[in-house]
Design a protein around this ligand. Structure first.
Ligand SMILES: [Zn+2]
Length: 423
């Protein structure tokens, strides 16, 4: 149902109307009035200012309900852009997204590797600028850069804290550094949050739907969207299902606990187990310490999909642990929609999907009240980068979401939730 917008400030109202146009695809002024509870005169005034700013365009006519056919409105896809970046040891993915969250250009570059964080950020700023120039996007049309990263985040300070094997990144203010290097507004967020918001912003999920996205890259996280915004908890570290305990007597985890999903189901855990099987690791060429985990995991996934019994067993075991973790997420939040996204699902995603569906159909607490749908993310392996761009668009273009969370920390690092471009 539409949220009633009376009583909000004019900036919030305008932002909410823009969000309604975005989530509707194409919509008439009368429909906006019906869905928002605002008068047609107020809607006309807001729409006029959105048209003047070039954010919205007239896009054909709707069906007549007796009188003239109504003019339909849609977001102007060429009006604003955002850059989304996912930082990872093995790859850095860049996506330029238009205002609807659709990718217009994607590029993959060398990962952060062992380079010092300031050097990585300088390179990222240069590569972003080069990409924008190549696409002919003017600075004035760019709302900012979103960065998706793994690990423990201090989103208010833009800091990535003590994630595994990332000691150099500890206490390094990623967002501030990139802002200084690029001169652009920068928002830093958890990769799973980004993936979830990307799903929402691209219009695949209705604005009224609560859902979660399980994101698997090196680790596994869950981004949770409630009522059209990412649920952030106290410090934006919600959804760390990687450290959900699934076996209290299980192997030690780097986080200090035992039997976490991280040590049972992540690509590194699967690769480690595969290497204990001499025949399998020789068959796939993944023996040895120097093997690239993502590459080895992809080989195991591919072998599983082609029916290699040992590989199938390893992937199914990982999928079963993940499905159990998702069962707890669903039981805790009573959500009815889950997506699986990220590079970890690129090869054997269908096994994870089938296992999660079976688990939830059999054991979700609310299964007799409503089904729980599990789908692969439509976005693909670059879900976090594209989602990071969506986080920027969401924060700049529809700041009313942030305005409704007055008890929380400000949602951005170097910028405030700004009004739409000045008229
Ligand atoms: Zn852990």
């Amino acid at each position: 149902m539409a949220r009633r917008l009376k009583g909000q400030s004019s900036v919030e109202t305008r932002s909410a109307i823009l969000d309604l146009i975005r989530s509707s695809g194409r919509v008439s002024r009368i429909e906006l009035s019906e869905r928002s509870g605002l008068t047609e005169a107020t809607i006309s005034k807001i729409v006029r200012s959105l048209l003047l700013d070039g954010l919205v365009v007239e896009a054909g006519y709707g069906d007549s309900t007796g009188g003239k056919r109504p003019v339909l409105l849609a977001l102007n896809t060429e009006s604003r852009y955002a850059v989304g970046i996912s930082l990872d040891a093995e790859h850095i993915v860049y996506v330029i997204a238009d205002v609807t969250g659709r990718p217009v250009h994607t590029m993959t570059a060398a990962g952060t590797g062992r380079s010092a964080p300031p050097d990585v950020i300088k390179r990222v700023a240069k590569e972003s600028q080069r990409l924008l120039r190549k696409q002919g996007i003017a600075d004035a049309d760019l709302v900012g850069i979103g960065i998706a990263g793994a690990g423990r985040l201090d989103r208010a300070g833009g800091v990535l804290r003590s994630s595994k094997k990332a000691s150099e990144w500890e206490d390094f203010a990623v967002a501030d550094a990139l802002h200084d290097a690029s001169g652009l507004p920068v928002i830093f967020d958890n990769d799973a949050n980004c993936a979830a918001l990307g799903e929402f912003w691209s219009g695949r999920v209705p604005a009224t739907r609560d859902f979660a996205t399980a994101y698997m890259a090196s680790g596994i996280g869950a981004g949770i969207v409630i009522n059209g915004d990412v649920y952030r908890g106290a410090s934006s570290n919600v959804g760390e299902i990687s450290h959900m305990t699934l076996d209290i007597n299980g192997p030690e985890c780097w986080c200090g606990s035992r039997g976490c999903l991280e040590v049972l189901a992540t690509p590194a855990a699967v690769v480690q187990r595969a290497q204990q099987d001499a025949a399998l690791s020789e068959r796939l060429g993944i023996a040895g310490d120097t093997i690239d985990v993502r590459h080895a995991f992809a080989l195991i996934g591919r072998a599983a999909m082609s029916g290699d019994t040992a590989a199938v067993a390893l992937i199914e075991q990982s999928a079963e642990y993940l499905a159990k973790a998702l069962l707890s997420v669903v039981n805790m939040l009573d959500i009815d929609t889950l997506f699986l996204g990220g590079p970890g699902f690129a090869e054997a995603g269908q096994i994870y999907l089938r296992t999660a569906r079976d688990e939830l159909a059999a054991h979700a607490f609310m299964r007799t009240v409503h089904p729980v749908s599990v789908e692969m993310s439509a976005v693909g392996p670059e879900a976090a980068a594209l989602g990071a761009a969506s986080v920027v668009l969401h924060s700049h273009l529809t700041p009313h979401h942030a305005a409704t969370r007055s008890r929380r920390k400000p949602p951005s690092v170097t910028i405030e939730a700004v009004p739409l471009a000045s008229a």
